[in-house]
Design a protein. Structure first.
Length: 172
């Protein structure tokens, strides 16, 4: 069997291509996980909203008007309070859905995986710690103080956010 022989610089290119494909797979897995989480939360919130409104309408039809108007008012307040959460979830879903069109740049940006000495982060939407392929990540938005501090930084740079020091190890 013949063995393929590549020049040294070709091997480096091949390694970069493999790393890039692995990173793309990682990003796709992170996006899929976060989309699933956000969509499930959105569906849950919408079901709660719908049930609350249906209960309020039913109560309003059955009971006396004075006591029921107070209950309907409370329900409407809860529905209104959840509206901002529903809107935020819609926004997160839209951001995650659009990450495929983000063109990579040398600077830290939306859609990047960031490794620091304090943990790993994915720049897109806020998310509690989650695990992909045995590695833990947290989601951060481009509005987060950590992202703002890391913008324009290079591997090895240190930033301080809320009295916590972070050393940037890698970003892609």
């Amino acid at each position: 069997m013949d063995h393929l022989v590549f020049p040294a610089d070709s091997i480096s290119i091949i390694k970069l291509v493999i790393m890039h494909n692995n990173l793309n797979s990682l990003k796709k897995a992170i996006i899929a996980y976060l989309l699933e989480e956000k969509e499930a939360s959105y569906k849950n919130m919408m079901a709660m909203q719908k049930a609350e409104v249906a209960d309020a309408e039913e109560s309003n039809e059955v009971g006396d008007s004075q006591s029921q108007s107070g209950k309907v008012g409370q329900v409407l307040n809860r529905v209104e309070a959840r509206a901002s959460v529903v809107e935020a979830l819609q926004n997160d879903i839209n951001i995650l859905s659009g990450l495929g069109s983000v063109v990579p740049t040398p600077e830290i940006q939306l859609g990047d995986v960031i490794e620091t000495d304090k943990g790993n982060f994915f720049v897109a939407v806020p998310a509690d710690e989650f695990e992909i392929a045995g590695v833990k990540y947290r989601g951060i938005s481009v509005e987060s103080p950590l992202y703002q501090a890391l913008r324009g930084k290079k591997n090895g740079d240190k930033v301080t956010v809320n009295n916590n020091s972070f050393t940037l190890l890698n970003s892609d």
